[in-house]
Ligand binder design. Structure first.
Ligand SMILES: [Zn+2]
Length: 414
């Protein structure tokens, strides 16, 4: 197959000619459909992921503009208890480690509904959220978290700087992956960061995605997938040094990187940085062959999941989904799992109730539906929250119901 408009790497500009994985055509994973749209055409876009042979940034072309994806966003961070607990713990940790207090200024990029900054605000720390989705930003403002409805980059950073604002702590959770112009975004952080300030960013770790087969975390909203080595390269190109890194269990395994100005010698580069760098190098993350093996593993997972579902349906079993996360939509569309396998799914987010999953048109109900219909199997789509979900829904065992976790490969919890 030849293409005339071959894409180029969003970081280094090299022409992209190596496939990481091709998940076919998929709708936008947060475009939940109201009933009146079910008979209309639905746009599908490629989920064809490339890896750059020069900087090893794994990336998806921005087939859809972020303006289209993020201006009316269905994801409210505050609907997950464990994510709120994560945010609270982070706040305490930053307050202690970097002496963040009433005289500091904390800025969060993609601050969503204020799920995190609310904890700094409780400690009387001045905060500012920057969030492009007006509907979620409005919720944050109501909570007392001042929020600027904007995309972030050099321009926004310069405007804030011009009004005398620079951040002591600049943070972003799960936003780095969602930025089409990564160079503009990181350059903006360099501008907005106070001379002695600290940046923390959390993003899913590519090594975990690959080793644990988390291909369903690939969707159109996620433009980039980072190893530590590649993240370090990108920050260094903009005068920022990664001086610490933590490995987190969130979103199936994330990194929290700590960055500072390259000129700021008060924070030496710690042993976790050199340790992780070496680990990735010896695991082959600077060699193309390591990346090209991933696609076969993904195909095998699809075959195994379909085998399980076909067997269960042949046995007359009822299967329902739990959750309606973005990753679920990648999985269901790639595997072509519709209401022929899944009767319905449930979600705690009322925005989704009465709507249908994009592409597969599986209906979404409130969680009460599970007690009413007593399914034999509950397929947990947000597998990163599986412990929390199995605990909340342990009542399905009353009628012999079992939990099924699809990733890294299909597993039934008796
Ligand atoms: Zn590149």
């Amino acid at each position: 197959m030849t293409r005339t408009n071959q894409p180029s790497c969003r970081f280094c500009g090299t022409r992209l000619q190596h496939t990481f994985v091709d998940l076919g055509m998929s709708p936008l994973c947060e475009s939940f459909l109201p009933a009146e749209h079910l008979n209309q055409m639905e746009p599908f876009y490629p989920l064809h992921v490339h890896v750059c042979e020069k900087c090893f940034l794994v990336q998806l072309e921005a087939y859809v503009t972020p303006e289209h994806i993020f201006t009316d966003y269905a994801y409210f961070s505050s609907y997950s208890d464990s994510w709120l607990a994560h945010a609270k713990k982070y706040t305490d940790q930053m307050v202690n480690r970097f002496s963040i207090g009433e005289k500091s200024f904390v800025v969060e990029l993609a601050s969503n509904d204020g799920y995190l900054l609310q904890y700094f605000a409780e400690e009387h720390v001045p905060v500012l959220g920057i969030e492009p989705a007006a509907n979620v930003a409005a919720v944050a403002t109501k909570k007392g978290v001042p929020t600027l409805v904007r995309f972030f980059g050099r321009e926004t950073a310069r405007e804030l700087l011009a009004s005398g604002k620079q951040a002591d702590l600049l943070l972003g959770n799960n936003v780095l992956a969602q930025v089409p112009d990564i160079n503009d975004f990181v350059a903006g952080m360099k501008i907005l960061l106070k001379p002695g300030g600290v940046i923390t960013m959390e993003f899913p770790h590519l090594q975990r995605l690959m080793e644990e087969n988390q291909f369903d975390t690939i969707y159109h909203e996620h433009f980039s997938y980072f190893s530590f080595l590649t993240a370090e390269k990108i920050f260094a190109a903009h005068g920022l040094t990664l001086f610490d890194v933590e490995e987190l269990t969130t979103h199936g395994g994330s990194l929290r990187i700590f960055a500072r100005h390259a000129e700021d010698s008060s924070k030496p580069v710690g042993p976790c940085v050199t340790g992780l760098r070496q680990r990735e190098e010896s695991a082959g993350y600077t060699r193309l062959e390591t990346y090209s093996r991933f696609a076969d593993q993904v195909k095998e997972t699809k075959r195994k999941l379909l085998e399980f579902l076909i067997h269960a349906k042949r046995g007359g079993k009822k299967i329902a989904g739990y959750g309606a996360p973005g990753k679920g939509n990648t999985l269901l569309n790639y595997c072509a799992i519709r209401t022929d396998f899944l009767d319905y799914t449930v979600d705690r987010n009322p925005y989704k109730h009465g709507r249908f999953l994009p592409g597969t048109h599986v209906p979404i109900f409130p969680p009460d539906r599970i007690r009413e219909t007593k399914p034999d199997f509950l397929l947990i789509l947000p597998w990163n929250l599986k412990d929390e979900i199995m605990k909340q829904n342990s009542f399905i065992r009353e009628w012999g119901g079992k939990f099924v976790v699809p990733i890294p490969e299909v597993h039934v919890h008796e």
